[in-house]
Design a protein around this ligand. Structure first.
Ligand SMILES: O=C(O)CCC(=O)C(=O)O
Length: 291
């Protein structure tokens, strides 16, 4: 009993001491963390806040709009995009065109469809290139479209590429049914394979006019230099694959800034597995195009 009593009394004495030590430790820890956080806030966050303020100012403040010029806008425009890749240089534009515009483009193309053709290399014929591109399509220029929708789309493409409308070919509206595809190819024409060229395709803009249930992705098999060891089969759907979504746009550049062909711009359309794919392609060249 005695022993137990003495044990009990010594633990009673110890408790307040332990409490004091814990409280001191807790205060020290709390002030240390608070001080650390406060000092890093002062040293790092201040410039970020200042930078953010500047960006906001330039967007919201009317006075920051540059004076109107002969060509150009008198207000800011916001067209959202996502950089999909730097090799190839590819950008994705969600909701580039409204659904009603996509439907109207399909309606105007529907009755003029013909089997899609290919630009042939030396030695190639329609016969020995059969199966490479199996979609149907039709060319329609903005000036032919009395609804004015292609005009709106073309204008917007010129704004995001900053390549003049006069450099664009007519829209090539394509339909892919189940099983139809376009094997990987370049939009630019290598003079070594196709002979001397009067002008070259710089960039391609694809406006997806439908969703596709399954398949039909636009693919870039050589994204970031992958699959370039010579073993790639041009029908394979590998690399960067962009799933078509109605109204969204895809822009990619076929040429490097120095005018040579970017090998990673190789691309194609995976076969449609289920559903139907409609897309309007605009090829933009380095020279003005005849109407
Ligand atoms: O349909 C696609 O996704 C690709 C079309 C294409 O490669 C082309 O028209 O050059």
């Amino acid at each position: 009993m005695k022993l137990r009593a003495s044990k009990h009394s010594s633990s009673l004495k110890l408790k307040p001491k332990l409490g004091l030590v814990a409280a001191t430790f807790f205060c020290f820890f709390f002030f240390f963390i608070a001080g650390f956080l406060f000092s890093s806030f002062l040293s790092q966050d201040a410039p970020v806040l200042r930078h953010r303020q500047r960006v906001l100012e330039s967007v919201n403040d009317d006075a920051a709009v540059m004076p109107d010029r002969e060509s150009g806008d008198d207000s800011f425009t916001s067209i959202p995009y996502q950089v999909l890749s730097w090799a190839p240089r590819a950008l994705y534009f969600p909701n580039f065109a409204p659904a009603e515009h996509c439907q109207s483009i399909i309606a105007m193309a529907k009755f003029g469809l013909k089997p899609s053709t290919l630009a042939l290399r030396n030695g190639e014929t329609a016969e020995n290139t059969k199966g490479i591109r199996t979609s149907s399509g039709v060319f329609i220029s903005a000036s032919e479209d009395k609804t004015g929708i292609l005009d709106i789309v073309e204008e917007k493409i010129a704004r995001v590429t900053m390549l003049p409308r006069t450099h664009g070919e007519a829209f090539n509206v394509l339909r892919y049914e189940v099983g139809q595809r376009y094997n990987s190819h370049y939009d630019a024409f290598s003079p070594a394979e196709y002979g001397p060229q009067k002008s070259q395709r710089v960039a391609s803009f694809l406006l997806y006019l439908t969703d596709v249930e399954e398949g039909g992705e636009t693919m870039f098999p050589f994204e970031n230099g992958s699959n370039m060891d010579g073993s790639y089969d041009f029908r394979q759907c590998v690399g960067l694959k962009v799933k078509p979504r109605r109204g969204d746009g895809l822009l990619f550049y076929s040429l490097f800034p120095n005018g040579t062909i970017d090998p990673t711009s190789l691309h194609g359309s995976c076969p449609v597995i289920s559903g139907e794919k409609w897309v309007a392609t605009k090829w933009i060249r380095d020279q003005e195009q005849d109407e």
